[in-house]
Design a binder for this molecule. Sequence first.
Ligand SMILES: Cc1cc2nc3c(=O)[nH]c(=O)nc-3n(C[C@H](O)[C@H](O)[C@H](O)COP(=O)(O)OP(=O)(O)OC[C@H]3O[C@@H](n4cnc5c(N)ncnc54)[C@H](O)[C@@H]3O)c2cc1C
Length: 415
Amino acid sequence: MKDKTDVLIIGGGVIGVCIAHYLAEAGKTVRIIEKGEIGAACSSKNAGLVVPSHVIPLARPGILTQGLKWLLDSKSPFYIKPRIDFSLLMWLWKFMRSSSEKQMLKSIPVLHELLQESYKQFEKLAQKFDFDWTQNGLLIICKTEQALEHEIMDARIARGIGSDVRILNEKEVRQLEPNIEINTTGGVHFRQDAHIEPALFIQGLVDNFDPKSVDIKSNLQATDFIFDGNKVHGIKTASNNFYADEIVIAGGALSPSISKQLGVKIPVQAGKGCSVTMTEPKELPRIPFLLSEAKVAVTPMGGNLRFAGTMELSPHDLNFSEKRTHAMLARVPDYLPGIDSEALKQLNVWTGLRPCSPDGLPIISKSVNYKNLTVATGHTMLGVSLAPVTGLLVNKLIDGNLSEFKYNSLSLNRF
Ligand SMILES: Cc1cc2nc3c(=O)[nH]c(=O)nc-3n(C[C@H](O)[C@H](O)[C@H](O)COP(=O)(O)OP(=O)(O)OC[C@H]3O[C@@H](n4cnc5c(N)ncnc54)[C@H](O)[C@@H]3O)c2cc1C
């Protein structure tokens, strides 16, 4: 392929790869520049949940009070590393403003529409290649009445917008997964939700690329831009310069540092999370669980079981807090007594940086300063779930076909 393509994407995570898929499907030539291995940053070892039920954004009323309590606890699932960082302070300010009821009610229908469209795309993609697309729903399990009440409140909001939800008592939870021992007061079953093996999904998309349409350069970092006036012509790397008519920044949590060189501010903070994967456990659920108070996702993947959680707003390092991770894993047997937490603690810990936007909606937007620059990031905890729709929307954005409603809700200008 030539040094110039129709579109050049910086970042080969699930977002960059999905964007390439939909652009290529629309007949465009695409190049992905990825500084590491495709999908290896945040996109392959996450919980793999595709959750149309998750219509309530992270920024919501009550989150600040809860967050402040967690901040004082070194074993809590949520943490902000104390540091003097202007961009973090600005982000927290925007997050605080987005946590109002009014803003949450504005975000819910937007997220709902995006998640539903993405879900339909997953169904279509599952016809083309195998990525363990499993539509068994998601079961939220609670230990305490208080947590159950909270989950039921959220379930009612989701139901109000059309989610297929069942509220379950203790007996009904057990009936749903009779082969697993579960300690619970009750739960909520989001029946439309699904799960995938995220690494298989990314690999499947890559394997289906026609090399005449999509060129992947991995282990190559975009170091600078070639631009003048209001146009970006291309990027520089240690080996070559690459040119394109349109440039897309899909660098996940690193997107702000990429766009900084153009003077474009992207309000995204890294939200570090971790996972461990138990191979062939004795008990394998059919349905993924969310352990409500512990904030742990438990996803069956092939014959394995993945446990994922924690959210640490921290600088861009992948070190994990052993105390926090072990505290998270130690809570698993409270819900699932058949799981040996000591065995969990021996497993290799993977960490990834979620690209967190202040209002919990993704940023899928043209830049104001550069007419051929698009930003696609900020998917926070929903990057897998929203990847296909992001690909579709970026294609529309580049063609100038995005509806005004979506444009405004997802635009960089909203902050
Ligand atoms: C523990 C955990 C569990 C999660 N579970 C779920 C879940 O169940 N469901 C769900 O929907 N989401 C989940 N998520 C969120 C999801 O993983 C992320 O939102 C998603 O992976 C973000 O994808 P991305 O492509 O934007 O970022 P990334 O995967 O980080 O990809 C960005 C890429 O850009 C590259 N890059 C950066 N700078 C440059 C440069 N200068 N040059 C070239 N390349 C560059 C990076 O190397 C990276 O590969 C989870 C996240 C975590 C941490």
